[in-house]
Design a binder for this molecule. Structure first.
Ligand code: ADP
Ligand code: MG
Length: 734
């Protein structure tokens, strides 16, 4: 007997449904006892370092001060002792090259001492600097291969950690990655630069309010969405393995229509995974807070408590990595792609962002007093100004082939960047705009506006708008358009740079107004009013999914950059160049290289998708279609041998139609496959920009057209002929 094509699937279903939740050792340790045990945190530092060294290091970590080279030897020794006690055998500079993933090159502590005896060594220079052979990292042309050696430098602002693995442990030193000419070759360096710049500008504004001194930093709490499917299905899907998404797949009878997954009770196997992820992350000092089911079947979300932007960005990278590792232990495949499945929601990473001071204040939190609210309005308006002026750069920061499937697909924020602030704040800004404040005395002015009641109204965010890419949610903004697989570093560096620039300009205008007036509040209010008017176009409270919004946005002069190639182009637009050069976040050559790099990435993504589609059609879909056609033909033939009257002919007509339809489907598939290949071939030999354009305009639609026939084939053929795990299996069998 021949095996059925569906045999692999059947076995996968059996395997997946027979699995039980994985139990891990240590599951009952209290989180507070576990927390940070694998990090060289403040507690470890204070215990292991001389007081003066400790104080100097804390200043570096929290105060944005440079590392005092004089203490490096002592710190390196303490770090080594700590790591060896933890059982580490190797150390690595852990960094974030422009691939968007993390990179690490391990070196053993083990060396031979002067007397030839083996010893563990780790000195200051090894702590501070590393030299990975970086010639294979994408640099977008910044670094010719002959001078391939960039170097990594320890970034003391992010905690050192020890990473567990089954057969040993590794000391990881969070690092930046730069070329010998000082060009950033990673995602972290621009983020650190942006935070420093933003801090300076915010401090200058605070000084105008008579609050100098406090250090300012941006905060980030990224909500991470992801899918989990059983690995038995994953390995049977070449498309998922090659591209991270299903390139074909008929939508099953049930998707997310009933909305029975969202916030639903978490299945035991999934919960076991989440618990182990949290356990691992707690050890690494990542403050995971919430976990729940998301809208699509097999989709989930995890969110930490927010931290300073650079630490949170590192922690999010660690989170994605730990999720991947733990998923393997639980026999799941973790899907971080923005759109792993057609017909159900894709995944994003909601970047909650705000500005905090070292005194523990949130600058986007409306205060209890009129003065605090004035200050709040200043920071709010600067943010709106930043988003308005740099919509293009922000859109570019979240551009990727994966995110193209999400943005504008009526399930995620549209590709048009706008800001939502809620009804109550809108009313207040409208009142400010209408000039009701002019002439009145300051305190009462503010009171009359209801500004003193801002905390209540702003926090009442029941009118949350899920369709907005950038939404104010009471005391922070939520940048929702970031893709689930993206590093937070680039979007946050862009936002920080833009807000920093707006604050710099704001400070100038405020100073001028304050100097020209004897009423501080009225002067500030006047500037706020100007900003309300200037940034009006970026505010949108309506339905971002509607067609009317597209029309209105165009009338308002907002950018609508639907696809990656046009979005990336914004990286080299004059306004973006000016922003990044002025703020020092990217040097012109770095920006140029980032453009080429992202473009290259987009091109590669699609080349892989096209190749994977080819493979699917030839290896799986066409064979199934042929068998289907053959079955129909033989069945009709057999029946015709027996029944051959005129009456019978009529009876068999629908079956013949079905056979013809099957043949037509094959013809259509072949024709569309040829069209896709031709579209791909037409891109050859062109410049990257033209290739990307052609991919977006011609190849992506051709790919979709092939998918459409494949999905019809899947729906038509005998289930026993279909080799690839179906949506209903991947999404529902756990
Ligand atoms: P929701 O899904 O309702 O938007 P979550 O609780 O899932 O909210 O996530 C909100 C995220 O916002 C959390 O990571 C939280 O720590 C973060 N957050 C809260 N306040 C701030 C802030 N001031 N700055 C940055 N992030 C914040
Ligand atoms: Mg959430």
């Amino acid at each position: 007997m021949t095996t059925l094509a569906s045999e692999g699937r059947r076995r996968a279903v059996e395997t997946a449904s027979n699995r039980t939740p994985r139990v891990f050792t240590d599951a009952n340790t209290k989180a507070s006892e576990l927390f940070g045990t694998n990090t060289f945190d403040q507690k470890a530092m204070s215990e292991r370092l001389p007081k003066d060294v400790y104080r100097s290091l804390v200043k570096t970590v929290h105060g944005g001060h440079r590392l005092d080279q004089g203490i490096a030897t002592v710190v390196a020794h303490a770090v080594k002792e700590w790591a060896l006690e933890k059982g580490a055998t190797h150390y690595c500079h852990w960094f974030q090259p422009n691939t968007g993933a993390t990179a690490e090159k391990h070196d053993a502590f083990l060396t031979t001492g002067d007397d030839g005896e083996p010893i563990e060594r780790f000195d200051a220079s090894q702590l501070i600097q590393g030299e990975p052979d970086a010639s294979s990292f994408p640099s977008g042309g910044l670094r010719a291969t002959f001078e391939a050696r960039g170097y990594t430098a320890w970034d003391p602002s992010s905690p050192i950690f020890v990473m567990d693995s089954p057969n040993g442990k590794t000391l990881c030193l969070p690092s930046v990655f730069v070329s010998y000419h000082g060009q950033a070759l990673d995602k972290k360096t621009p983020l650190l630069r942006s935070d420093e710049y933003l801090a300076r500008q915010a401090q200058a504004v605070l000084a105008l309010f008579g609050e100098p001194g406090a250090r300012v930093f941006s905060t980030l709490g990224p909500e991470q969405e992801y899918f989990l499917i059983d690995e038995a299905f994953y390995v049977l899907r070449p498309d998922l393995m090659a591209t991270g998404r299903t390139l074909i797949g008929a939508k099953g009878a049930k998707g997310q229509e009933l909305e029975d997954q969202y916030f639903g009770s978490i299945k035991p196997r999934i919960l076991a995974f989440m618990q182990e992820v949290e356990h691992e992350l707690f050890k690494l000092g990542v403050p995971m807070k919430t976990r729940h089911n998301e809208v699509a079947p097999a989709q989930f979300e995890a969110a930490p408590v927010f931290e300073s932007v650079s630490v949170a960005a590192d922690h999010n990278q660690i989170t994605m990595e730990i999720m991947r590792r733990v998923a393997e232990r639980h026999h799941f495949a973790l899907l971080l792609h923005e759109k792993p499945f057609g017909g159900v929601n894709g995944s994003g990473k909601h970047n909650n962002w705000s500005l905090a001071t070292s005194d523990g204040e949130n600058l986007l939190n409306p205060g209890a007093t009129p003065e605090k609210n004035l200050r709040f309005l200043v920071f709010l308006m600067a943010t709106l100004k930043a988003v308005h002026r740099h919509q293009g750069a922000l859109r570019a920061a979240i551009a990727s082939s994966g995110n193209d499937h999400r943005l504008g697909a009526n399930e995620a924020p549209p590709a048009i960047i706008s800001a939502f602030i809620g009804e109550a704040l809108t009313r207040i800004l409208d009142q400010i705009e209408s000039g009701k404040v002019k002439g009145a005395t300051s305190e009462s002015q503010v009171m009359n506006l209801g500004v003193s009641k801002l905390p209540d109204v702003a926090r009442d965010n029941t009118d949350r708008n899920r369709t907005s890419p950038f939404a104010f949610t009471g005391n922070k903004f939520e940048f929702r358009a970031v893709g689930s697989s993206h590093s937070s570093a680039t979007p946050m560096a862009t936002l920080n740079a833009a807000v920093g620039e707006a604050l710099e300009e704001m400070a100038k205008r405020l100073k001028k107004a304050i100097n020209a007036s004897d009423d501080f509040d009225a002067a500030v209010m006047q500037v706020i009013r100007e900003y309300v008017v200037e940034t009006k176009a970026i505010r949108f409270e309506g339905n971002g999914y509607s067609d009317e919004w597209r029309v209105e946005a165009a009338e308002r002069g907002l950018l609508n950059l639907a696809k990656t190639p046009e979005a990336l182009k914004q990286l080299v637009a004059p306004a973006t160049k000016k922003l990044f050069t002025k703020t020092g976040v990217y040097r012109p050559d770095e920006l140029e290289s980032r453009y080429h790099l992202e473009l290259e990435r987009y091109i590669k993504d699609l080349e892989i998708e096209v190749a994977a589609m080819d493979e699917l059609v030839l290896g799986f879909v066409l064979p199934a279609a042929y068998k289907h056609q053959g079955q129909l033909a033989s069945s009709i033939e057999a029946v015709m041998d027996v029944l051959d009257s005129d009456e019978d002919e009529e009876l068999l007509a629908p079956q013949l139609d079905e056979l013809r339809a099957a043949a037509r489907l094959i013809a259509e598939l072949k024709q569309r496959l040829a069209a896709m290949r031709a579209a791909m071939v037409a891109t050859h030999g062109k410049e990257p920009e033209a290739v990307a354009r052609a991919l977006a305009d011609k190849v992506v639609p051709a790919l979709d057209a092939v998918r459409d026939v494949c999905d019809r084939v899947e729906a038509e053929v005998d289930d026993a002929l279909w080799p690839l795990p179906k949506y209903r299996e991947m999404l529902f069998v756990v």
